[in-house]
Write a protein of this length. Structure first.
Length: 64
């Protein structure tokens, strides 16, 4: 689960990830994403994106 949350945070346009926890153990496991995040290199993120095959297209729009 921590890798999934870290992968979500590495995606452009994502500023936060909402995690659900039913008990303290799940919360601690989910917070492990903070330790995993620095290990999520762009190479790893690209590999995950290729495996999933559903990377969203990011069309930047800077309208005011």
């Amino acid at each position: 689960v921590p890798f999934l949350a870290a992968w979500c945070l590495r995606n452009e346009g994502v500023s936060s990830v909402l995690l659900g926890s039913s008990n303290p153990e799940q919360l601690i496991e989910n917070l492990g994403a903070i330790q995993v995040l620095p290990k999520m290199t762009s190479h790893i993120v690209n590999e995950i994106d290729n495996i999933l095959g559903n990377k969203p297209y990011s069309k930047k729009d800077y309208r005011s």
